[in-house]
Design a protein. Structure first.
Length: 223
């Protein structure tokens, strides 16, 4: 019984640290992610417009949902606004098989994640097919990692965050993912592994915004 209590306390501590990091970096992460998605969504909308009349309607509805999402109105983004926009959930179902329907799965997953519903977020993030897109795939992988962290599945979260950092391999996203993975490792008292990730940020991404403060992370786990 005592062992179980210790495990529960340990899991709670890891979850708390993950949540704190997510909240601290949410604006930065979501801002970058929205920028990536909007660019790709615009391309998809154009392709659908010139090739599939049915998908034209889906793209129009998707653009309305994007506005609600960007404004932080996640309930409306998911379920609709009582006009012609019925929400990302409806788009994903009604227009499955189109690029707009695929993006609706992504937006639905991210909306649930922002609402703190990690389980439903994963349901829709797992449905999204990034088709190997090097821009958006790392962000989706990291979003899934965040959800697993919120569910207390720390090892899986760390694995996905490290994968996302490797796939992104850029100054904007990789340091965020590596630091988050490092903090989760610290919550498991795996300071040696955390140190390796912090050193990777310092050595591989010296021009990243987080590079200026990475020394404090390195110092913390080098004691």
């Amino acid at each position: 019984m005592a062992h179980k209590t210790e495990d529960q306390a340990f899991s709670t501590n890891a979850l708390d640290k993950s949540t704190q990091f997510i909240e601290k970096n949410k604006k930065i992460f979501i801002g970058v992610l929205i920028g990536i998605i909007v660019v790709i969504a615009g391309i998809y909308s154009y392709v659908n417009f010139i090739s599939k009349p049915r998908a034209e309607k889906a793209s129009y509805l998707l653009s309305k949902g994007q506005n609600y999402f960007a404004a932080g109105n996640f309930d409306v983004a998911l379920n609709g606004d009582n006009t012609d926009f019925r929400g990302f959930l409806d788009i994903a179902k009604r227009y499955s098989g189109t690029k707009a329907g695929n993006l609706a799965n992504l937006y639905a997953g991210l909306s649930y994640a922002q609402k703190g519903d990690a389980k439903d977020a994963l349901t829709y993030l797992d449905k999204y097919d990034e088709k190997g897109d090097r821009l958006i795939s790392p962000a989706v992988v990291s979003a899934r990692g965040n959800c697993y962290a919120q569910l207390g599945q720390i090892d899986k979260a760390i694995s996905l965050l490290k994968k996302a950092a490797a796939e992104a391999d850029n100054n904007s996203l990789s340091p965020i993912f590596l630091i988050q993975a490092g903090e989760l490792l610290e919550s498991q008292n795996k300071t040696d592994e955390a140190l390796k990730l912090y050193q990777e940020v310092k050595q591989k991404y010296p021009k990243a915004p987080y590079a200026e403060s990475i020394d404090k992370y390195i110092q913390r786990v080098s004691k």
